[in-house]
Structures are given as C-alpha cells and as structure tokens.
Design a protein. Structure first.
Length: 132
C-alpha cells in the first residue's frame, strides 16, 4: 500500500512486490507522490531529465542521456533499468529545482506549495522548452 510508504525505498519495494503489469517506477512513484506529495517525488522521463540537468548543470549531459534513452541504449544515464536507483538520488535536486522556481512566483501570490509537485511542474516546463 503506497499510503504506508515513508521512504523512496519503501515505494520501490511496494511497487515491485505488488508485481502488477505496467506498474513500475514511473507510474508507482507518480501514485506515491499524489498520495503523499510532501514525502514522495516522481521519477519519469521528464523529471529524470530535469534531475540530470540540475545535478550536472549542463543541458548537453541531460540531452545526451535523453537521446541515448530514446534510442534504447543501455549506456544512457536515463536507462530504465536504473530508474529505481535514480529515483533514490533525486530528492535533493528536485527540492533545489522547486526552491529555484519559487523565485518566479508572482509577488503577493499566496501559495502553499507541495515541493515535489512544484518540482514536477517545473521539470515538465524545462523538458518542454529545452530538451532535445
């Protein structure tokens, strides 16, 4: 039960022990984030690309990983086989992305942010505008 997951390792364990077809890292982490948005974050193509961008501070590294991933290369830093491992490394970089994004919120706007949902929204915008 993803409602009981308290860590990224719990999320991975629950997902893989459930052994539900098509419910792996991407869908499982999204479900966990939606159930507990202050604890869990999403690992999908867009968020992992943004994580690589934040971690390396170089768009070419994130884009090369994406290019190789889309070709199905096992050499990609986004290789699906390592998404569980990547998911465990994403927390602080995603929090950093969310923190940077707070500077762009309109003055006077009152908002109670769920950091990981905010980071995901920013990751989507970054991916849409700069990936490739």
């Amino acid at each position: 039960n993803l409602n009981l997951a308290k860590t990224d390792k719990d999320v991975s364990k629950i997902i893989y022990e459930a052994n539900i077809p098509n419910l792996k890292v991407s869908v499982g982490t999204e479900m966990a984030m939606l159930l507990q948005p202050d604890i869990h974050w999403l690992a999908n193509t867009r968020s992992i690309w943004a994580y690589l961008l934040e971690k390396n501070n170089k768009i070419n590294i994130a884009n090369e990983a994406l290019r190789l991933y889309l070709k199905g290369s096992e050499d990609s830093k986004m290789n699906y086989k390592i998404w569980s491992e990547i998911h465990g490394l994403m927390k602080q970089p995603l929090l950093d992305i969310a923190k940077q994004g707070k500077g762009y919120i309109s003055a006077g706007m009152i908002i109670n942010l769920h950091e990981f949902i905010w980071a995901d929204a920013i990751a989507n915008a970054l991916y849409d505008n700069f990936s490739g």
